[in-house]
Design a protein around this ligand. Sequence first.
Ligand SMILES: C[S@@+](CC[C@H](N)C(=O)[O-])C[C@H]1O[C@@H](n2cnc3c(N)ncnc32)[C@H](O)[C@@H]1O
Length: 451
Amino acid sequence: MQLPKGFIEKYTQLLKDEAPAFFQALNEEPTRGFRVNPLKSSSQPTEHATNDPVSYCQFGYYGTVSGKTIDHQSGLIYSQEPSAMYVGEVAHPKPGDRVLDLCAAPGGKTTHLASYMNQEGLLVSNEINRKRAGILAENVERFGLQNTIMTNESPDSLEKHFPAFFDVVVVDAPCSGEGMFRKDHEAVQYWTPEYPLSCANRQKKILKSALAMLKPGGRLIYSTCTFAPEEDEQNMAWLLQEYADLQLLPIKKYPGMADGRPEWADGNSELTKALRIFPHQMRGEGHFIAQLQKQITDVKTKELKPQKSNVNKLQRQDWHKVADQLLSITIEDSRLLAFGEHLYAMPTDLPELSKLQVIRPGVNLGMFKKNRFEPALPLALAFQAKDFQEPVPITEEQWVDYVHGDTFSISDVTNGWHALTCHELTVGFGKVVNGVVKNFYPKKLRFSINK
Ligand SMILES: C[S@@+](CC[C@H](N)C(=O)[O-])C[C@H]1O[C@@H](n2cnc3c(N)ncnc32)[C@H](O)[C@@H]1O
């Protein structure tokens, strides 16, 4: 990889003796990894080795992911570069918290944050770019999140809907991506000496909105995948100067993780509390993480009106005709929200959504068709086999047919909708008609595997 001349000059000056090792590390192979989803019962991957754990992330392992596996299709694993796993670990929300992931696509941090929340509380996963928001939705649905809504807003418009609302806000900022150079060679082409400063200005605007949405006493986690001091220490120094009610909190540093560099900003020694990951010092890509807390005040924050269910009697009947036969758990009627022709189960602590650009207001339960209801894949993936009546275990061969969109035969199963399971994980729905499983796996997700 040919590094830009300006980049080499900049980091030779900043890193001094360390610079040769740093540049050499940028020419080595990137580190790959994945997280295991704790929301999918206690299942462990069967197609991916878990003998090389990431010491600083309870769900993380080193290794490469294959998308054409039951582990991946069922949402049991999520491919994520190991350094990026430390962002979620630092944020570590509690079940019941209100959490915002402000720059969320493709979903690495959202799925990780949810892993600590036990499907409780509220996670708002926001992505400004519509196309990327679609990819985010696919990943969140595969991971099976029940407490998450996805929005497609700019930070300054989202800010109007959630004043001082969240316990934890994560800003995994759009950045110059220097830390991803060896993983994404395109990032090298974008780089100019001026690029980090233009990214830093954009990040300041995002941070202002993030702080407006943070509760007093709440935590803001800021991360980038760049080495650029303009976007890292200098932005944190700017925050501390601008907001007297903010303080940096320490972050536990595992071997190889480095302190933030005050001398690369305004010299404020508090900046050592931030964290840097350099690829020449540990196994992972470049990253910067800072954790800040907003001072607690006795000013009362405004409670937001809750979102009410809007389904009519007919829609409720159509849903129950399927749900009462399919599910062994109850989704309360108060959580049902019709959204176009789709039906969703909202998270319990959801404020009114009016005027908000919502991509998914909860779990997509399915679609109203003429006089009937058809369950959707996200409903199957959001729950475990035990949450369904008569789940149908399928073989690996039948799973290959299923993800390809083919029908297959099955014996001794009653007619009607069933959750299909493979390796004890839910993988989707099939409608059984006289021993044949009709395939409802979404066309755009289908793939083939050579038998
Ligand atoms: C580093 S990526 C986020 C990665 C994601 N958190 C994850 O872990 O998978 C930054 C995201 O910020 C979005 N973005 C770009 N400009 C933005 C802006 N002005 N405000 C908010 N988000 C923005 C990008 O579309 C991109 O999806």
